[in-house]
Design a protein around this ligand. Sequence first.
Ligand code: NAP
Length: 242
Amino acid sequence: MSRVVVVSGGSRGLGEAIVRHLLKQGDTVCTFSRSRTPAMDELEAGENGERFLFESVDIADSDAVRAYVKQVVKRYGKVDCLINNAGIARDGLLAMQSDAEIDLLLGVNLKGTLSLSRACIRPMLRAKKGRIIQISSIIGQRGYRGLATYAATKAAMDGLTRSLARELGERNITVNSIAPGYLDTEMSHGLDDNQRGQIIRRTPLGRLGTPADIVGLIDYLLSPAADFVTGQTVVVDGGITV
Ligand SMILES: NC(=O)c1ccc[n+]([C@@H]2O[C@H](COP(=O)([O-])OP(=O)(O)OC[C@H]3O[C@@H](n4cnc5c(N)ncnc54)[C@H](OP(=O)(O)O)[C@@H]3O)[C@@H](O)[C@H]2O)c1
């Protein structure tokens, strides 16, 4: 049977690119987000539809996340790999941020990652194998004016990677983070021309990243070639943080 990969936030952006790539490679791919997109309808109706599961789930709702993973295990019998991709960013100086905005960012990016990881780790522990990848961000390492709460959640995801790697290594489960630089997705569409130009000028490879720049590393981290790699954060950013 093919690998069963759970990808959070696969309805658009980087998550959608990961879902499409893994499906094309023959994996069984289970994803969710709050809203259904035409891309999800297309994949359900497509030739790989029996290897694809989409549900509308808010990752901040831990009961719904638990129920979703139960459904995955009931339908496909296991979870081999988890990609914690769902995330949101909110621009604004911390001094001006409301409790509601802080709670939202922590609830989706951090608590959501923790509850989805917890739910997927259980079947991995039973199988004595598994792969977990967090999509964090260079912002968690370097910071960015106006993204303090987002940065805190992304730094926490890298911290989670290191502790989980220690916790799960003896069960043959690896845990790694990918920290992308600026990607050309909806999330970065809030950047104005000035910010975009500045990022491009500061990037040695002279452009923003694309989801395609990330999927190769995902392939590697999920492959047997990465059997001995765990607890790491790998930066993919065109060199902007060099
Ligand atoms: N774009 C960048 O420059 C960049 C750079 C570094 C790291 N990243 C990280 O890469 C990941 C993907 O980002 P992206 O650029 O692809 O963002 P995106 O285009 O905004 O897509 C985000 C995905 O997450 C889902 N999502 C958001 N809130 C959710 C919730 N409460 N419950 C379930 N799903 C939720 C969205 O669907 P719904 O809104 O319908 O729920 C969507 O599928 C994020 O973790 C982001 O922090 C992005």
